[in-house]
Ligand binder design. Structure first.
Ligand code: DHB
Ligand code: MG
Length: 218
């Protein structure tokens, strides 16, 4: 009877610590309504991102992988006046839905949705002020590339978070396909690249068994 008890715990912790919110709920509902994958971060993880941004005093946030802007709303709401989120989305329809959800949440003025592949958009951000927090949650095959850009576009002390580093445990397999290979390559960057100091947390929630890596730029 306790096999899926983490679902009850997730519901309990979410109900206890995450206030219901119409704009966030609408952004989740939009995924199903618009035929988009329902893979937004769990509410407790969205709030983790929000709190990390506040702990870091982040004014400039970079997100790779907008989807329906659920995590983007959490991050935008962590900003002080004058703060900015730049979020990159490869799928034009996702970007359109995201812009609508950001407007409904009242944060469109603080968020710039950049349409295009991360590999194409990230180089265009060089030369701007450094980002204080970077959230990587896009195609897992590119995690190592995105981490390299996070290091280039950040500064010492920048917080870097990578979603989906456990993948139902498949992360320990060396033959589990291109996405898991990409996750492992990203974790190897966090281990080997002297620009990063990192850890990771496993998560069990409505999305199943997964995890986040959390790093700082040295
Ligand atoms: C997938 C991607 C994600 O970012 C996520 O959080 C869960 C699943 C996926 O591509 O399957
Ligand atoms: Mg994800």
């Amino acid at each position: 009877p306790t096999a899926e008890r983490w679902n009850d715990v997730d519901a309990y912790l979410t109900g206890t610590l995450v206030a219901p919110d119409e704009a966030l709920s609408a952004s989740i509902a939009s995924l199903a309504d618009e035929g988009m994958p329902e893979i937004e971060v769990a509410p407790l993880t969205g709030k983790l991102l929000h709190l990390l941004a506040r702990i870091a005093g982040a004014r400039r946030v970079l997100e790779v992988g907008t989807l329906g802007a659920y995590s983007t709303i959490w991050l935008a709401r962590a900003l002080p006046a004058g703060g900015r989120v730049v979020t990159i989305e490869a799928e034009p329809h996702n970007a359109e839905v995201a812009r609508r959800n950001l407007a409904r949440a009242g944060v469109a003025d603080r968020v710039e949705v950049r349409e295009g592949r991360g590999a194409d958009v990230l180089p265009t951000l060089a030369g701007d002020e450094p980002f204080d927090l970077v959230f990587i949650d896009a195609d897992k095959e590119s995690n190592a590339l995105y981490l390299d850009w996070a290091a280039r576009l950040g500064r010492p002390g920048t917080v870097v978070v990578v979603d989906n580093v456990v993948r139902s445990g498949h992360v320990v397999e060396t033959d589990a396909g291109a996405q898991v290979d990409g996750v492992r390559a990203g974790l190897a960057v966090l281990r080997d690249d002297p620009r990063f100091e990192a850890t990771a947390l496993q998560t069990l929630d409505r999305k199943g068994w997964d995890g986040v890596a959390i790093a700082i730029l040295v």
